[in-house]
Design a protein around this ligand. Sequence first.
Ligand code: BV8
Length: 252
Amino acid sequence: MIQARDLVSRVTSRAGETPGKIEVFTGAGMSADSGIATYRDAHTGVWENVDPQAMASIDAWARDPEPMWAWYLWRAGLAQRALPNAGHLALAEWAQHADAQVTVTTQNIDNLHERAGSTDVVHLHGSLFSFRCSICSRPWKGEVEFPSEPVARLTPPTCPLCKNLVRPGVVWFGEGLPAKEWDEAESRMREADLVVIVGTSGVVYPAAGLPALAHDAGTPIIEVTPKRTDLSALATVVLEGTAAEVLPALVA
Ligand code: BV8
């Protein structure tokens, strides 16, 4: 932790100079302490009970959208009932009080960073709380009820403009990431003076390739994770522990 604190103080104590830039890159482990299952942790991963290809891909939607719509609304309800954890709150606190610019780029589709008070959060894989027409892509802002229990099927609404099905505003496997968010994430990684990676296995591309941009630029990287990941080799220092334990200590 000493080395991590030294990396942080080098960025935040540039009195008189332009404030340092800290980019925080988060994955499902960031929300684990809020009770939201991660994707790949064996005993709890959200995909433990669901086949990822069956539920998070375009052809699954084309085949049968109703189970997918039910699964996403259930997950949105889980996320809505979850609370930001001490890790989310520490990051929001850091952005408000550090004399550095702290930005968050997340692979997560929950809204816990925002609800903790982080302001400029980039979502690489979309959000459980945004919806759009599956054909004309018009944003859909209608009323939607999140089920409190998992249900097998729900019928998606239809787009008022073209009458096609409304879909979740998330990125499925085989789909490209949103261009604006991707470009923003790339430039943040390239311009950061320090990168903090929290709670991602580094398995899902192209998002998992982002920290390499910072590493190639010689930027120090702190990784916060309970166990080593595919990204640990890029880290200057790996802080073993959970987001809710380590981030408050690091920010303090
Ligand atoms: C694309 C939204 C092309 C939906 C998600 C073979 C090799 C390489 C790549 C591929 C390949 N085959 C296919 C691909 C591409 C594929 C991919 O990467 N597949 C992987 C599985 C191999 N990628 C894609 O399809 C992407 N699109 O490539 O498109 C293209 C380009 C242009 C035009 C058209 C097409 C799209 C990927 C996005 C998929 N959508 N989510 C939904 O959620 O339903 S991905 C999903 O995984 C989430 O976003 C999640 O965040 C993300 C990454 O997972 P992690 O966040 O890392 O979560 P994970 O469980 O893995 O890890 C959690 C970590 O936290 C663990 O390390 C754990 O130890 C740690 N942890 C646990 N507890 C805590 C903790 N840490 C801190 N505190 C704790 N308490």
